[in-house]
Design a protein around this ligand. Structure first.
Ligand code: AP5
Length: 215
């Protein structure tokens, strides 16, 4: 299975991608995770990427393409992969075609998680985490017992820079302007596109995705 998992920020690509990776026993390659790892490691690439990520902008293609080329060429991706967060614009989609041609692979499908903007904002901007123990909450869906305090260790909960509501709004604008046109690109190329409602419960969405990808 060579799959692109597509959808706006907060659609649940990371959540569903991890479950699909387990189901199909193939790796999930998330450019967001690769970038966050580089930021945590404090590499030059990570320092460059961080200012774009915090502002809700796309990181330059040259930075992303090196990461993707390496991940797709790795041993673990030989039987297939789930791309999450890539391609993010038409130039990245064209570059992916070149990488796949070089590796003698082709895409099987693009799965699109459809989620309305209001829900995206609640899911992302409502998210809080504990810097001490890593516990994660959502003030709308899974609030801590005491507002602002971690249930597990009592630490003060924090909000990630790119989870602020204005930044989420901007990420949605960037998605509409730069990322959504990628779907027309794959439609024209004749790649199968499966649309799944991403607003339900995690296990229901997973079942719909698996069904859509197996038919
Ligand atoms: P990236 O990490 O790719 O972020 P994103 O796609 O914008 O969105 P998220 O990861 O926040 O959402 P998601 O769809 O994975 O949903 P999740 O499962 O986490 O990118 C971050 C940044 O890196 C970008 O802004 C950009 O700067 C840069 N970048 C990355 N790739 C790039 C590229 N190719 N080119 C250029 N720049 C790039 O779920 C979200 C929340 O909702 C979670 O809290 C989750 O628990 C909750 N949730 C999920 N599903 C459900 C459900 N069914 N019900 C209730 N809650 C749910």
């Amino acid at each position: 299975m060579h799959l692109i998992l597509f959808g706006p920020p907060g659609a649940g690509k990371g959540t569903q991608g991890a479950l699909l990776a387990r189901h199909f026993d193939i790796p999930r390659i998330s450019t967001g995770d690769l970038l966050r790892e580089a930021v945590r490691a404090g590499t030059g690439l990570g320092r460059e990427a961080r200012r774009y990520m915090d502002a809700g902008e796309l990181v330059p293609d040259t930075v992303i393409l090196g990461l993707v080329r390496e991940a797709l060429g790795s041993e673990s991706a030989q039987r297939g992969f789930i791309l999450d967060g890539f391609p993010r614009n038409v130039a990245q989609a064209e570059a992916l075609d070149g990488i796949l041609r070089f590796l003698h692979r082709r895409l099987d499908a693009v799965a699109v998680l459809d989620v309305p903007d209001e829900l995206v904002i609640k899911r992302i901007a409502g998210r809080r985490s504990c810097p001490n123990c890593g516990a994660v909450y959502n003030i709308h869906f899974e609030p801590p017992r005491t507002p602002g305090r971690c249930d597990v260790c009592g630490g003060e909960l924090a909000q990630r820079g790119d989870y602020q509501e204005e930044t989420v709004q901007h990420r949605l604008e960037v998605y509409r302007a730069q990322t959504e046109p990628v779907l027309a690109y794959y439609e024209q190329a004749g790649v199968a596109i499966q649309y799944v409602d991403g607003s339900g419960k995690v296990d229901e969405i997973q079942a719909q995705l698996v069904h859509a990808l197996q038919t």
